[in-house]
Ligand binder design. Structure first.
Ligand code: GDP
Length: 429
């Protein structure tokens, strides 16, 4: 592991997503040659504020705002071609150059995947999973992928292969839609086929073996930023299952979703808010359902980038954060939105859970246990207003005490402290 002279850096969400990864990746992107997405699809949402302009991206990596970057959509990403073309056009109109490379192995989201996502809502509502889905067709496309009937970019751009694979996929998904989910609406095979053929002709020139490109780039000394979407607790394996997303959002996904060996990773940065928020159901022990929670939601703009839904907010949970540090092997933390806690009289942080008479310090897989978890808090004095300081030692002493407690508890350093949405509101420690 190279400490100072890094060639590869991974930026991951250390909580439930929406931690402010967009801003942190945008900062690191200015120092790299490639910016790579490796999991998820346009269910992600990054907001980057630069020179008073706000850019909202769902599929393209945040690094796209740096014109020297090659933007890579890795094989682990699922692609809605309509959204991809829309985002590319939007950026081109804003005068941004998009040097895009798309993995030939990335899977394609079709209209009927989005229909399936919506049609399955009734069942999800019964399981109180309703607020989870962004209706972008993400779980149906990952389901087709693991069911081995999915269509990859390389298949889409080959007319003969596409026709054959489309026939099979369409029949299976149509049956699922109508027979399993009781879909009664129209579904026109030829229309969808024609539309996706036209997407293929527009995207063909970007499609390559991106794993090869990235590994060749590394051999030539190029720097790579891997940009995670969502967060550790939404990981389909390690998150609060089934209140998760449909992909792995943790470090292993870099290997499987970009085709770059874990041995080549130098730094793994976890992005974490000074408090927490999440979208969707499931237990959230530190949730604030009170005036303080409302205040944090309003001041923090805690409404989904993709859906506009209000997010649930709560105090920082170190049980959860320690797990994110461990499973990802995080080498440092970037703490964002510390300014949102300005002027609160006290700030709490959860150090463990009480479940009945027991104290637990690890996230349980068993939701019947997690549902009963009551947070144990350590309370900190507020810090007033952080202001626009540029140096760590100029932060109010109470803010530093809070940050240094987090560092000590999770056992890794905080290298970045974000005190506002703008690029220059970032303190590097
Ligand atoms: P992501 O999905 O992890 O990139 O997070 P989002 O983009 O959904 O949410 C982060 C939001 O917080 C965006 O609107 C950012 O502009 C904003 N943001 C990021 N860092 C800070 C910060 O330190 N302070 C404040 N006030 N806003 C921030």
């Amino acid at each position: 592991m190279k400490k100072n002279n890094w060639q590869t850096v991974v930026v991951l969400g250390a909580q439930w997503g929406d931690e402010g990864k967009g801003k942190v990746t945008d900062y690191y992107a200015s120092q790299t040659h490639y910016v790579v997405r490796f999991q998820g699809g346009n269910n992600a949402g990054h907001t980057i504020v630069h020179n008073n302009k706000t850019y909202k991206l769902h599929l393209l990596p945040s690094g796209v705002l740096h014109s020297r970057n090659k933007i890579v959509i890795g094989n682990g990403v699922v692609i809605d071609p309509e959204v991809l073309l829309y985002e590319m056009n939007k950026l081109k109109k804003l005068g941004k150059k998009v040097n895009l490379l798309i993995s030939d192995r990335a899977h394609i989201i079709f209209d009927f995947h989005k229909m399936l996502d919506m049609a399955s809502e009734k069942i999800q509502k019964k399981r109180k999973l309703d607020a989870m889905s962004t209706h972008r067709g993400i779980w149906p496309v990952y389901s087709a992928k693991t069911g081995r009937i999915g269509i990859r970019m390389v298949d889409l751009i080959n007319p003969v292969v596409f026709k054959n694979k489309f026939d099979l996929l369409f029949e299976v998904e149509k049956k699922k839609l109508q027979k399993v989910y009781g879909y009664k609406g129209r579904i026109n095979k030829q229309e969808i086929f024609k539309k996706y053929k036209s997407y293929a002709s527009k995207l063909k020139k970007y499609v390559i073996d991106t794993s090869l490109e990235l590994n060749n780039g590394l051999d030539k000394g190029k720097k790579i930023l891997f940009e995670g979407a969502q967060g550790a607790m939404l990981d389909v394996d390690f998150g609060v299952y089934p209140y998760t997303t449909s992909s792995n959002t943790t470090i292993g996904a870099v290997g499987t979703g970009a085709g770059v060996s874990p041995q080549k990773i130098d730094r793994v940065i976890g992005v974490c808010k000074a408090y927490l928020s999440r979208v969707g159901g499931g237990a959230l022990p530190t949730e604030l359902i009170d005036k303080t929670g409302e205040l944090i939601r309003e001041v923090g703009g805690e409404y989904g980038t993709t859906t506009g839904r209000p997010r649930r907010v709560g105090w920082l949970d170190l049980v959860q954060l320690k797990m994110a540090v461990r499973i990802n092997g995080l080498t440092s933390l970037a703490i964002t939105k510390i300014d949102i806690l300005n002027n609160l009289p006290t700030i709490k942080v959860c150090t463990g859970y009480k479940v009945g008479s027991k104290v637990i310090k690890e996230m349980p897989a068993d939701l019947t246990v997690y549902n009963k978890a009551k947070p144990i808090y350590k309370t900190f004095k507020g810090w007033g207003d952080i202001g626009k300081v540029k140096k760590y030692n100029k932060l109010p002493v109470n803010a530093r005490k809070y940050l240094e407690y987090i560092e000590k508890e999770v056992g890794i350093p905080i290298r970045v402290v974000s005190i506002g949405p703008e690029r220059n509101e970032t303190i590097i420690k």
